[in-house]
Design a protein around this ligand. Structure first.
Ligand code: SAM
Length: 245
């Protein structure tokens, strides 16, 4: 993918993914708004096949865990070479290892990454990667949730999608971002559209009143109630290490 400035002179946000399965991409990232933004050159996607740096005739990328145990671990020498190669063309991208052990991916971190040059994303497989490569190459570990995926590729897609939709020009109505869940310390208020009544359920009268002050107050109260009910931790969580970055 060419990495040339957009017509407004902006350098596109750049995602470089190191993976054993580059054929998974762009996958869902090639559709809808994010896919259109990719076609329009608002962001770019490069894949680095880790196996290209594998060892020997079989291009081995993994080996048994030191100390014993189940599964295989991705080798530091292979990953180090893959990262160094990718950094030759993308030296300014922060290196992120998608990992269930990582700091949680929350909206402040998404915002931080979306205003930067992009991200170099290392997708693990097997039991994960040799710890030494994370230390030696300065990787930041990021988790997309408290569950274990079979590989980091889906996690990389989640991170990319969340960042790209914040880029200027990607959303048709960027003002909609201001009220979204996790902007501020609340979840979003309930949304309604036509028909006015459906299966005996009506849209709350206030939303049809045309009184913008009352609508704003109703939405704020609803957002606060839902946040308190569903995510009482949220105000605390958004004051954590990612807050405001
Ligand atoms: N043995 C590892 C552990 O217990 O932490 C899990 C390895 S998992 C089977 C293989 C790869 O999937 C990981 O190296 C990581 O890249 C990715 N992965 C799994 N769960 C993830 C999550 N919640 N967030 C981000 N990446 C994840």
């Amino acid at each position: 993918m060419p990495h040339t400035p957009t017509s407004e002179g902006r350098v596109p946000w750049r995602a470089t993914v190191l993976t054993l399965f580059p054929e998974m991409f762009p996958g869902p990232l090639g559709t809808s708004l994010v896919g259109q933004a990719l076609t329009a050159g608002l962001w770019s996607l490069d894949m680095q096949q880790i196996r290209d740096f594998g060892i020997g005739r079989h291009r081995a990328v993994d080996d048994t865990p030191a100390g014993g145990g189940a599964g295989m671990v991705m080798r530091a020498d292979v990953l180090g070479a893959a990262i160094d190669h990718a950094r030759r063309t993308a030296p300014d991208l922060p290196l992120i290892y998608l990992s269930p052990r990582g700091e949680p991916l929350r909206q402040p971190l998404v915002r931080e990454l979306s205003v930067g040059p992009g991200a170099m994303l290392l997708a693990g497989r097997f039991e994960g990667v040799d710890e030494r490569v994370l230390e030696a190459r300065g990787a930041r570990e990021v988790s997309i949730g408290d569950y274990v995926l079979s590989g980091g590729e889906l996690a990389a897609m989640v991170l990319i999608d969340a960042c790209v939709r914040l880029l200027p020009g990607v959303l048709g109505a960027p003002e909609s971002l201001a009220h979204e869940s996790f902007e501020g310390e609340r979840l979003e208020y309930p949304q309604y559209t036509k028909p006015r009544e459906w299966e005996g359920l009506a849209i709350p009268d206030v939303l049809l009143s045309g009184d913008h002050k009352k609508i704003a107050a109703w939405r704020q109260a609803a957002a606060e109630r839902i946040t308190a009910e569903r995510r009482p931790d949220l105000a605390v969580a958004t004051k954590g290490p990612n807050k405001g970055r």
